[in-house]
Design a protein around this ligand. Structure first.
Ligand code: GYE
Length: 307
């Protein structure tokens, strides 16, 4: 580009764009990959990144946003831990004239002008895809098929939406019964712990596990093995994200399918921020592209996985 004037024309000349980014935490392989992608894309000299880790707590995130406002950053980007409770702090950002970009997770606000754009996956569709895989994999099986569900973090958009999408599909098929459903907070440790409790209360009567992310499924796999059962066979398992650990578990026959949720949108986010900082119009909603992978594809796909 020849102009090189002003902020955010993508040429890397001029003043850097200061971005305050508040991340959810470091709860999963997905999150680690997302953080790396965001940091790599919002790099100097074009960007000056102020990165803050909320450790899965909304109060930490609100504090971080207020500190970004006080520092008068050019753009705020954040991945909201939960869906609700954002009106006040977002109004403060708006009053300060700082545009807000939502990444990964959506918020519920009554005033749409409180953020400029949202980049992230369609979590309802991911839940539906998990349900569709299960229906497909259950062809010829008679009911009842007993399903346990490991939910993501309580109140988070991916937990709410994945549950909704999954139920929409399995509730339409009379064979499926979701017998237990509880949060494992998107972590391996909690996934294992809650699966242990499921196994204790349901005994051998669990046919399927649906986990809202791969990390919880991987934790649950350990619990299933420790209970003397074969994950992937005695209990069929589908989860969401498509992280490397899931492909390894599928290759080992312990996980049956993973629904891709792509965390590598750092470059797409950088472009949005450039446009927002330069006052160029941006779409209200930017979707991330993704697919579905089954155990028979795992060995071939593994070398191609980037997260
Ligand atoms: O699926 C999970 C992470 O918000 C899409 O958060 C993200 C979810 C992801 O902890 O692994």
């Amino acid at each position: 580009s020849g102009s090189g004037t002003g902020n955010g024309d993508g040429s890397g000349e001029g003043k850097p764009i200061t971005v305050g980014f508040s991340q959810v935490g470091a709860e999963s392989e997905w999150r680690t990959a997302n953080t790396a992608s965001v940091k790599a894309a919002l790099a100097p000299p074009e960007f000056r990144l102020k990165f803050s880790d909320a450790q899965q707590k909304q109060e930490n995130q609100i504090k971080a946003l207020r500190s970004f406002i006080a520092q008068r950053v050019d753009v705020i980007a954040f991945s909201p831990v939960v869906e609700s409770g954002w009106e006040t702090v977002l109004r403060e950002a708006k009053a300060a004239g700082i545009p807000v970009v939502l990444t990964d997770r959506a918020v519920k606000v009554s005033d749409d002008s409180l953020y400029v754009t949202f980049i992230g996956s369609d979590f309802v569709e991911e839940g539906r895809n998990a349900g569709r895989w299960l229906v497909e994999d259950s062809q010829g099986k008679s009911g009842p098929i007993r399903v346990v569900e490991l939910q993501g973090s309580v109140g988070s958009a991916p937990a709410i939406d994945r549950m909704k999408g999954f139920r929409e599909i399995v509730d339409a098929d009379g064979r499926f019964r979701v017998v237990r459903s509880q949060s494992g907070d998107f972590t391996r440790a909690k996934g294992k712990e809650v699966m242990e409790a499921f196994l204790k209360s349901e005994g051998r009567n669990i046919d399927v596990l649906f986990a809202h992310n791969d990390d919880m499924a991987i934790g649950a796999i350990q619990a299933i093995e420790e209970a003397g059962l074969k994950p992937g066979q005695d209990i069929r398992i589908v989860s969401i994200d498509g992280v490397r650990g899931a492909f390894e578990a599928m290759k080992a026959g312990k996980l049956n399918a993973t629904i891709e949720c792509n965390p590598l949108f750092g470059e797409q986010l950088a472009q949005l921020i450039r446009d927002v900082a330069a006052n160029r119009p941006v779409p209200r909603r930017v979707e991330v592209e993704e697919g579905v992978f089954t155990a028979d594809q795992a060995a071939a796909e593994l070398p191609n996985r980037k997260y």
